[in-house]
Structures are given as C-alpha cells and as structure tokens.
Write a protein that binds this ligand. Sequence first.
Ligand code: IDP
Ligand code: MG
Length: 153
Amino acid sequence: MKERTFIAIKPDAVQRGLIGKIITRIEDKGFKISGLKMIQVTEELAAKHYAEHIGKPFYPDLVKFITSAPIIAMVVEGENAVTAMRQLMGKTNPANAEAGSIRADYSQEMSYNSIHGSDSPESAEREIAIYFKPEEICSWTTMFEILKAKLEG
Ligand code: IDP
Ligand code: MG
C-alpha cells in the first residue's frame, strides 16, 4: 500500500556531514522524496513535533538537541513507507538497532540517533502538517513508476 511518512535528519547527522549519505539510503531503497527542506527547529515547533513526550524525563534534553542545529525535513513516499522507513532507520537506541540500519551504522547514543521517522500513518500526517505547507509537497513520477505502469498496463 502506497503511503507517506515524515522523516527528519537530526542535528547530529547534519553536523557530522551525513545528509547525503542518509538521503542516499532512502533513495537507494526506491522511496520517493516529495518534500525536502532545511529548518532550524524552534522550541515551539519542537513542542508540537514531540507533544507525546512532553513531561518525560528526557524531554528537556530532546528539545535542546533538536533545536541545536538545523534538521532536514522530508516527506517520503512508497510501499508501507511508515514501517519500511522505521526498518531502514533501526531501533530508537542505536545499540539495539539492526545491523545495516541507519541508526546502527551512523549513531552510538539514543539521544543522538541521527534520524526521525513517524511511527504510524496518523503520526505521519500530523507531523507532515507541522513541517510542510501543502504547496511545498511535490507530486511527481519516478522512473520506476513509469516502468511499472508500462508493465502492468
Ligand atoms: P523514535 O525516534 O524511535 O520514534 P521515540 O520514543 O518517539 O523514538 O523518542 C523520540 C526521541 O527521543 C528518540 O529518537 C530519542 O532521540 C529520544 N529518546 C527517546 N527515549 C529516550 C530516553 O529514554 N533517553 C534519551 N533520549 C530518548
Ligand atoms: Mg517517535
């Protein structure tokens, strides 16, 4: 099922020069990026994004971190994009993340785990609306979609 999700390359990965490598992982899997921008997250924006974590012990540090340098915000589309991107990202704690996943390969600590991805289609729509205006999301056709349409008629 075609689906879309919200992905963010977090400040640690931006500061380490990993933007290109992480986007390459997403493109290599065949996902379509339909929205993309660099944003300096404010405390207000962080509170909207991480509303579910307000009040948790790690929340203040999470806000400090996510506002510490820019992020790359993306809308990513594909088959079961929410779950498939969570798989590509790996578990929240990089120590438990599957070998070959982005978090396993690029991060060591839970607080600096390089990438965010929505945890459900509902969260995805909520998060996309926080970061993108409708007109900032592009509708376009990948070469694979063109080839597939040709084969399947
Ligand atoms: P997720 O990013 O895998 O969806 P969430 O539970 O939604 O994980 O937590 C959001 C982010 O908050 C995590 O990616 C991580 O950076 C941070 N975080 C979550 N739990 C902890 C914790 O127990 N200690 C420190 N940071 C945490
Ligand atoms: Mg989450």
